[in-house]
Design a protein around this ligand. Structure first.
Ligand SMILES: Nc1ncnc2c1ncn2[C@@H]1O[C@H](COP(=O)(O)OP(=O)(O)OP(=O)(O)O)[C@@H](O)[C@H]1O
Length: 301
């Protein structure tokens, strides 16, 4: 498979702050790739480098073989980026916005594809509505359509479902999945890890400007295949002796690492000795969220 995106030793500083500390990363053509990381990890900065909006201090980036700086215009045609922030011209209708964006790429007769985008993103009945009259979720749909007007082979979605209702999520993912099936390369950043787990085949995790994990989803999940012990306690307080094993708290339950079933008895003894009662106990398989928390926790410091 050939390379869709390549970052080579990309570094970026903002004043004294090192936002990207030398990123090497390759996304192959046709992949559905997740770029994950906590707030401030550098995901948007990396995407801005790819879109030619942020100039790296050193290193390089390319899309479908086009260098994003030396060959800016060609690179720009190869990629559609759905930005995290909503930016729009309040004086245009939805259709005008898309026609204008098509013109930016020199596409004069793009109506058939614009209609398809409107239809697939649930915007058909809003085509003639003014941008400023749309709800936030509808504006986000237009941002997605705008990024796709030139049918780019590489599509990057930066938290496309933040603050978006279930209906749009389903519409959006069905459409993006279809584009991926048709051969488009997709890169997704999201804080909804179950979306990444369902959709993506390969995953990179960024932390404080560094790549801390990069693997196929299945391999990544297997390499962190430690089971978890889910405990609900009364009173709801985890005994201090168990704190080092805590991976996360979810829906009122404590999720603890359970490397070996032999640990179970001593863990329960800790609960008893602390005078705490068990409300519920369950052994659970790790999901991407617990793998993510594990990776982020272990790489700390
Ligand atoms: N123009 C800028 N000037 C100064 N600092 C910046 C600038 N852009 C980004 N940063 C800083 O760089 C770091 C990385 O930001 P970035 O937006 O890339 O993170 P992110 O992983 O996308 O986070 P989030 O999940 O919150 O979107 C942050 O600490 C941010 O404050």
């Amino acid at each position: 498979m050939s390379t869709a995106i390549r970052f080579s030793a990309v570094k970026k500083r903002f004043g004294d702050f090192e936002a990207l500390k030398g990123i090497d990363l390759e996304v192959r053509e046709g992949e559905f790739f997740a770029l994950l990381g906590p707030n401030g990890a550098g995901k948007t900065t990396l995407i801005s480098v790819l879109g030619g909006l942020t100039r790296p201090d050193s290193g390089s980036a390319s899309v479908m073989g086009c260098d994003v700086q030396a060959d800016y215009r060609a690179a720009r045609r190869q990629v559609g980026i759905v930005p995290q922030e909503l930016t729009f011209d309040p004086f245009f209708t939805v259709r005008e916005t898309l026609v204008f964006q098509s013109g930016y790429f020199g596409l004069r007769r793009n109506d058939a594809w614009i209609d398809e985008l409107l239809e697939n993103l649930g915007l058909a009945d809003k085509a003639n509505a003014n941008m400023r009259a749309l709800s936030g979720g509808m504006k986000r749909r237009v941002m997605v359509a705008q990024a796709l007007v030139h049918k780019p082979p590489v599509i990057v979605l930066d938290e496309p479902t933040a603050g978006v209702d279930v209906a749009l999520r389903q519409t959006l993912w069905a459409f993006v999945q279809r584009l991926n099936d048709e051969g488009h390369t997709i890169v997704l950043t999201t804080h909804y890890l179950e979306e990444a787990e369902t959709l993506c085949n390969r995953i990179a995790m960024l932390k404080q400007g560094e790549l801390v994990a990069l693997d196929d989803k299945v391999a990544l999940m297997q390499s962190h295949s430690t089971r978890l012990l889910s405990l609900r306690l009364l009173p709801d307080a985890l005994p201090a002796a168990l704190q080092p094993l805590l991976v996360s708290e979810r829906d009122g339950a404590y999720l603890l690492r359970l490397d070996d079933c032999k640990q179970l008895e001593p863990m329960l003894a800790c609960v008893r000795e602390a005078g705490v009662s068990l409300r519920d106990i369950e052994i659970v398989q790790p999901d991407l969220e617990s793998v993510f928390l594990d990776v982020m926790g272990r790489k700390a410091g």
